[in-house]
Write a protein that binds this ligand. Structure first.
Ligand SMILES: Cc1ncc(COP(=O)(O)O)c(C=O)c1O
Length: 230
């Protein structure tokens, strides 16, 4: 019996290399690149958190499936974010959210370059065409180049990390607004996903523009360390 996986797995998927997370910090090093806190919880808050978690777990109805719509959680998060609960989709990490968006919209997917690697990685896995528009020398969106690419390539999905990874630049909000407008026009119809993974650092958001732009999706990360969420 023999089995050759290369006959089954799509060549573009076989050619992928895994996303490499940097090694844990060594002695005397501080890890600052992953939106994590370098400070561990003190003994007292750890104890309080352990008790809170134990109580929450004890109250879980293990004989039932959890609420697939996560209604209680979405209501809490909506309140914190100042949006309506029905505007929220919860995912297991950003990878799942990016994948859902790409599966739903399909390609072409337009991204600035360089940007967060998962937009491209997921597009490759799904076999979607990717359009990369290089940033300017000052790491801003190249507005004329983006305009031209939108009209020429007619993407169905655009990702803008705001602030961008790895450049740290918060693109000019007017440039993002322009992309949103152009992607809801005659020449191009696309979902624009504004990825606010680093909203804690920028203190800026497009959440309050959701009702103005029907093609806007705001992506957020959820951590237990701060008051914020997704
Ligand atoms: C732009 C951007 N989005 C999303 C993520 C990951 O988000 P999460 O931790 O919510 O999966 C990162 C992390 O590198 C990122 O840089």
């Amino acid at each position: 019996m023999s089995f050759d996986p290369t006959q089954v797995i799509r060549p573009e998927v076989s050619a992928l290399t895994a996303y490499a997370a940097p090694a844990p910090p060594g002695e005397g090093q501080v890890k600052l690149d992953a939106n994590e806190s370098p400070f561990a919880l003190g003994q007292a808050p750890r104890g309080a958190l352990a008790a809170e978690l134990a109580k929450a777990l004890a109250d879980v109805a293990l004989h039932r499936y959890p609420d697939p719509d996560a209604r209680a959680l979405r209501t809490l998060l909506a309140d914190e974010l100042g949006v309506r609960a029905e505007q929220l989709v919860l995912t297991n990490g950003s990878d799942e959210g990016i994948q859902l968006l790409e599966m739903a919209a399909g390609g072409p997917v337009l991204i600035p370059a360089p940007t967060f690697v998962m937009y491209e990685h997921t597009a490759q896995v799904l076999g979607l065409r990717l359009v990369k528009v290089p940033l300017t020398d000052s790491f801003e969106l190249d507005r004329p180049a983006v305009r031209a690419a939108l009209a020429r390539e007619r993407p169905r999905l655009v990702f803008l990390a705001w602030p961008n990874n790895p450049t740290g630049r918060l693109f000019d909000a007017a440039a993002v607004e322009e992309v949103l407008r152009l992607c809801a026009g005659e020449a191009c119809q696309a979902v624009v996903a504004v990825d606010e993974a680093y909203a804690d650092y920028s203190g800026r958001t497009f959440l309050d523009r959701l009702d103005r732009h029907p093609n806007l999706v705001v992506r957020r990360s959820c951590t237990r360390s701060g008051r914020r969420t997704t």
